[in-house]
Structure formats: structure tokens, C-alpha cells
Ligand binder design. Sequence first.
Ligand code: B12
Length: 243
Amino acid sequence: MARKIRVLVGKPGLDGHDRGAKVVAAALRDAGMEVIYTGLHQTPEQVVEAAMQEDVDVVALSILSGAHMTLFPDVLELMQQRGIGDRLLTGGGIIPAEDMDTLKRSGVGRLFGPGSSTQDIVHYIREWFAEKYGRDALGPLPAAPARLTAAFEEDHAPKPARAATRPEPAKPRAKVASSSSEANGRRRVKRATAPARTASQAKRAAGSPRAAKPKRAAATKRGAKRRAQAPARPSAKRATRGR
Ligand code: B12
């Protein structure tokens, strides 16, 4: 008769990398297994004790600390001593290929390194279980993740293709920035229109005597014209010497 596969995901040693363990635990749960996670910093004794109490089929260790060549053999030995040596000991983490081979020869199951597909891990555990207990003992793989909420489905439903329309041309920005430049890290915007008047400018424009004052640019122009018409004058230096 089919039943759920029971797995203990353990994090032995001083290793604080728990992301991989959590990702794998979630994938096994989504594949219909009963998963117990020990949490961080467990001793091999604690891991094996929990495995016995929970009567798991699989002990699955996550080790990224580099201590795999000590921790896997320790857990395996304790499992054999306590009478659960027939269960699968598997796992993953940062484990060089040659260490995986050595551990496999000593009785540890397949080990999975970074980038392993969680579906491969699920498949491996299910196949081990089916071989040990027969295919009838293997429950079906749950269907795709639970139905999403109606609101989510509506938001993500494929949209009907819209007729290709030309985007409206941007309106010319007559009055505002005509150009801009980056200077000294500050953005300067040059305005095409005159800036707002100050109080004195407004006074001048309203007929104050100072309004007659010619603009600097015009005065300079007139001065240049006068200079061009006037006869050449001796330079200031020569004039002084002549006296
Ligand atoms: C993220 C990260 C961290 C995070 C951990 C966050 C967390 N909560 O997990 C932080 C910043 C905390 C961290 C700290 C440190 N880190 Co770090 N870290 C990484 C990094 C970049 C990614 C690990 C990760 O999360 N991967 C994503 C998960 C999903 O992948 P995964 O864990 O590998 O799991 C996959 C497989 O390995 C396998 N798997 C894993 N577990 C299990 C379990 C089972 C049952 C099964 C079947 C499969 C399986 O399947 C998973 C899916 O594919 C790796 C480099 C790397 N590219 O792997 C370094 C790395 C693991 N860190 C390393 C080191 C040295 C450290 C520090 C010691 C650095 C320091 N000097 O402080 C500390 C130690 C912290 C501690 N207390 O242990 C080294 C380890 C070297 C080694 N063992 O030889 C690595 C390899 C970086 C490197 N190249 O040097 N780290």
C-alpha cells in the first residue's frame, strides 16, 4: 500500500548555510514527502536521534562547511549502531567529486552539489524507495502546485493580442527646457523662455527712469560702431610721453 516517504533534512556541524537545505526540504515536501528539518548546528548524535524518533526512511544532510568527510561517516556509523543502517543516507552541499566517490564506496548514497536540480533529488529518493519497498508503496507525485487564487489567475491570464497602433508623437515642449548639460555633477537646465522677473526688473519695465538704461549688449554694439567711425587715437602710453 502506498505511503508518504519520510525524510529528515539535517544540518550537522557549525555550518550556517541553510538556504540549500531549505530549498531541498521544500522541494521534497512539494513532491508529497513528509519532511522534518532539524535546523542549524546539530551534532551527528542529535541528527540520528531525531531520525530514530521520527522513524524516517531517509536521512538527508546538507553540508557546505567542508566537514563532509567527518560528518557523513559519523552519521552513517551512528545509524548502523542504532539499528537504522538500512535507511538511505544522502545529501549535498560543497563536496568535491572525489569525496563523493569515497563516501559512496563507504555506504553513503548519492550526493548532490551546487546547481543540482531538485527534481533529480526527488527522483533519486523516490527510485530508492521504490526499489526497497516496491512500486506499490510509492505514492503518486502530487499534481502541479495548488490552484492559484482567482485574482492572480485573472491578472496573469494571457492578454488578447491588440491591434498594432502607432504611438502618439510626443508634444513639442515649447516653453520648457530646450537643452540640458551635465556640469560638475549638477544638472543644469537652460530655459528657452525668459526667466521670471525680479522686482527691480518689473519696476523698470513699468516706466521707472532706469527703464531708459540701455541694455548692455546694445550699448556695447553702439560703442563698437563709434570706435570704428572715430579717427585713430594715439595709445595712452604715447600720449603721456609726448607731454
Ligand atoms: C549564500 C552563501 C553564504 C551566505 C549563507 C546564507 C544562508 N542562509 O544560507 C552567508 C553570507 C551567510 C555565507 C557565509 C559564509 N560562507 Co558562504 N556561501 C554562499 C554561497 C555564495 C551560495 C550558497 C547558497 O546558498 N547557494 C544556493 C543553494 C540553493 O545552493 P546549495 O546550498 O549549494 O544547495 C544545492 C546543492 O548543494 C544541493 N544540496 C545542498 N544541501 C542539500 C541537502 C540535501 C539533502 C540534498 C539532497 C542536496 C543538497 O542541492 C541544492 C540545490 O541545487 C556559496 C558559494 C556557492 N556558489 O555555492 C558560499 C560558500 C558556501 N561559503 C563559503 C564560506 C567559506 C563562507 C564563510 C565561512 C565565509 C566567512 N569567512 O565568513 C561563511 C560561513 C558562515 C557560516 N556560519 O557557516 C564557501 C565554502 C567553502 C568550502 N566549504 O569549501 C563557499 C563555497 C564560497 C567559496 N567559494 O569559498 N555564505
